[in-house]
Design a protein around this ligand. Structure first.
Ligand SMILES: N[C@@H](CCC(=O)N[C@@H](CS)C(=O)NCC(=O)O)C(=O)O
Length: 231
């Protein structure tokens, strides 16, 4: 196994996918070098390391080939550094459930926020907001089941789903502010609200969830490079 200082993370500050990796590295107290990527003008390094998707995060561990995709990276780190703060549950059924909900978050929940950015008409906008609300409700129910009365999806401390969803809370807050929308609140999703408060104050997430200014700069970059289509 390589030394922890041999780990390099290529990311960008606004990327909640990159934040997932930072969160895990912090939870496991692994030192790393952080290389900031400019997604508006991608570096040769990124294009060489991730020619297929050309996206961050990318993890390079010693002289090994790069590891790509946030979930693949955090599972790799969990396997390489199993002794400090295990991320995935040890029970195969619990692990399968965690992976199912991570896939739900990545494929059914997070993309709605991009849909919202790209939907310019009021009617379409309202449909997306309703979907966000319904799908957040499902996450509330998942939290109740998976946390088994404990503080986090992962039990007494942050685990796989806390990382996957928790790192997106900066964007959730950003979208709430600029869209007059409540995604997580005390009334409809009380358990998730309590969980979110815990995540915001988690020691290993200090400076990991991007702030509003970082997100606004990234949002403006998206508006230029991936503009909403006017139908
Ligand atoms: N499924 C990927 C998603 C990564 C992703 O979408 N990264 C964004 C930044 S948040 C990116 O690099 N976008 C550049 C592009 O799509 O050209 C993961 O989990 O790592």
């Amino acid at each position: 196994m390589g030394k922890s200082s041999e780990i390099k993370l290529i990311g960008t500050d606004a990327s909640h996918f990159a934040s997932r990796v930072k969160f895990v590295l912090n939870l496991k107290s692994i030192e790393y070098e952080y290389i900031v990527e400019n997604l508006a003008c991608k570096s040769e390094l990124l294009l060489t390391l991730n020619p297929v998707y050309q996206r961050v995060p990318v993890l390079v561990h010693a002289n090994n080939p790069p590891i790509l995709e946030s979930l693949v990276i955090i599972e790799y780190l969990d396997e390489m550094y199993p002794d400090v703060h295990p991320i995935l549950p040890s029970d195969p059924l619990d692990r399968a459930n965690n992976r199912f909900w991570a896939s739900y978050i990545d494929n059914m929940f997070i993309p709605l926020f991009e849909d919202l950015r790209k939907t310019l008409d009021k009617e379409g906008n309202d449909v997306v907001k309703k979907q966000i609300s319904e799908r957040t409700q499902l996450l509330e129910e998942a939290f109740v089941k998976l946390s088994k009365g404990k503080a986090y999806f992962g039990g007494d401390d942050a685990g796989y789903l806390d990382i996957v969803l928790g790192c997106f809370l900066g964007w959730v807050k950003f979208v709430e502010i600029y869209n007059q929308l409540k995604v997580i609140d005390e009334v409809r999703t009380p358990k998730l609200q309590e969980w979110a408060n815990r995540i915001w104050s988690h020691e290993a997430l200090k400076d990991v969830i991007p702030g509003n200014e970082t997100l606004m700069n990234f949002y403006m970059m998206l508006q230029v490079h991936k503009p909403p289509r006017v139908i």
